[in-house]
Design a protein around this ligand. Sequence first.
Ligand code: HEC
Ligand code: HEC
Ligand code: HEC
Ligand code: HEC
Ligand code: HEC
Length: 217
Amino acid sequence: MAAIFRPSANLAAKVVLLGMAALLAGGTGWWLVWPRTDWSRRVGWVIDQPVPFSHEHHVAGLGIDCRFCHTSVEVSSNAGMPPTYTCMTCHSQIWTNAELLAPVRESLAQGRPIAWNVVNDIPQYVYFNHSIHIAKGVGCASCHGSVDRMALTYKASSFTMQFCLNCHRDPGPNLRPKEAIYDTEWHRTADTPSPAALMQQYGVPNRDLTDCSICHR
Ligand code: HEC
Ligand code: HEC
Ligand code: HEC
Ligand code: HEC
Ligand code: HEC
């Protein structure tokens, strides 16, 4: 048979085919992995805000409780954002003319809420509820990190499905005593009740919390 291709073409074809296979595998891997990385999800990236509000000053410095501003976190799916008059309970007296606070005064004068930029979000098709987590002994810091040390707020967790499931598979070790829920610096010590004791105290039922319908309804 007449040789249409030189023998060396065989090798070239193999190299090209192998290269294409590698690219495809790499591309698929990238497509699967990249969207779930902390980097692509902006974990740890400070979000600019219309007013440079500092949790560090207000929570760690002044000792204000989370619930003073995020008033619905115990009773609703949303934690809620503070209305401008909450800021004004203090800032009508302190720092009244500060340039930094101009958008706060404007918001009050015009009766328009401050347009805070969203830091944490999950897709619409995922059902999430703050109140059940608070009621069952999950602390803010388990999902939001050391908020009291944030000069500007950033996302502390990736909120991938894996992140939620890691806890739902075995919540016990992540539960805390009631008085530690809003304390973002709390850590388990020798005196902390055991995971099993906390599970029982909060009445977390012995059921499969990884069932799809819990989060996808
Ligand atoms: C004095 C009021 C105040 C207090 C107290 C306060 N916050 Fe906030 N919080 C805000 C404001 C204003 C924002 C919006 C600006 C920002 O993101 O920094 C915010 C934003 C947040 C966000 C990000 C919201 C988003 O867009 O996803 C989280 C999470 C949060 N707070 C958690 C906490 C926790 C936990 C505590 C208690 C340890 C707390 N906050 C105490 C006022 C407060
Ligand atoms: C309980 C009183 C109180 C409340 C409520 C309060 N602040 Fe403050 N805020 C202060 C004090 C006191 C300071 C000065 C802190 C310092 O210099 O250490 C301050 C400082 C600030 C500053 C200057 C930058 C900084 O952090 O030092 C900004 C901006 C600010 N507050 C925004 C807000 C906003 C927005 C709200 C409402 C979501 C709010 N504050 C609610 C007491 C309060
Ligand atoms: C089990 C994880 C988890 C815990 C615990 C948790 N959060 Fe959240 N938080 C989230 C998620 C997820 C979002 C984004 C929700 C969305 O996109 O609908 C969020 C959003 C927020 C927001 C902004 C939007 C809103 O709901 O109003 C604030 C403020 C907030 N959380 C405060 C808190 C505070 C304060 C606590 C503790 C009392 C807390 N969170 C505990 C997971 C958690
Ligand atoms: C640190 C632990 C922890 C993390 C992280 C966590 N959860 Fe939970 N979640 C719990 C516990 C504990 C319960 C309470 C279970 C019970 O008592 O029924 C719960 C309950 C729920 C419920 C209510 C179940 C029902 O049927 O009443 C939903 C929905 C839920 N979680 C969604 C999520 C989502 C979505 C995420 C991720 C964004 C998440 N959770 C992250 C611990 C966690
Ligand atoms: C504890 C809450 C929780 C449970 C239980 C859960 N999911 Fe999810 N799921 C999530 C969250 C949060 C996301 C969004 C992840 C993201 O933003 O990437 C998600 C995303 C998804 C997606 C979109 C693709 C992806 O991976 O991002 C699919 C498909 C999915 N879930 C299927 C399932 C199936 C099937 C089950 C049951 C075996 C299940 N989920 C159980 C929380 C949950």
